[in-house]
Design a protein around this ligand. Sequence first.
Ligand code: AMP
Length: 232
Amino acid sequence: MTGVLSHKFTHYIPRYFPKMLIFVWNHVAVNIFENQYHDLMMNIIVFGPPGSGKGTQSVKIAGKYHLAHISTGDIFRSEIRNKTKMGNKVQSYISKGELVPDELLLDILKNAMEKHSGTRGYVFDGFPRTIHQAVSLDKLMQEKNQEITLVLALEVSGEEVVKRLLKRAQLEGRSDDNEEVIRNRLKVYHEQTEPLLTYYDEQDKLATVPGEGTIEGIFKNLCRAIEGDSAG
Ligand code: AMP
């Protein structure tokens, strides 16, 4: 009997050994790698008042660290240009310098994230802008087994911001860049968006970086904050 069993055993092991190896690889090793990969993921929020240079710096950060750039403002402008239903809904808020209602943002964000689902992380530019959006983003990240790694807040004085936005109004002709709308956007920023600084500071995720100076100088300081953070 023993002879028959041991015969069967030695017969089956070589036959199934490669399959066993593949099974172990799929269920153990790949899991370990995925966890390490997630640890390496970087999800950054670039934060600051309108005109602080968030857009410019977000594009540079995304390029350098191979992250997907998500700008809710750019998405809305493109929807308006293409005269979509969404564009129609958001146009009046944007042209007055008001925030688009929170309930319109989550689907937009989910779609944008899905478009880049293989990315090693995201740079969020102009999102979140309310505590409600920040909480929704945290939940969404949790569902994906990820989290916001770092919030980079660009510090720019009120006068400088108005000066920059007025200049941009002349250059780009954005409909929300006239003085009255600019003042409203700043008011909305202080009232609804600025409280997020405390929200992220309490989670120990906030790094403030001076947002005045040359584009390259500011970018260098942002990179220092990112690399200092990922170095632990
Ligand atoms: P931005 O290009 O980021 O300055 O956004 C331009 C405008 O789009 C804002 O003034 C808002 O009207 C709207 N917008 C962009 N992102 C958001 C957001 N996360 N929540 C609400 N409104 C937004």
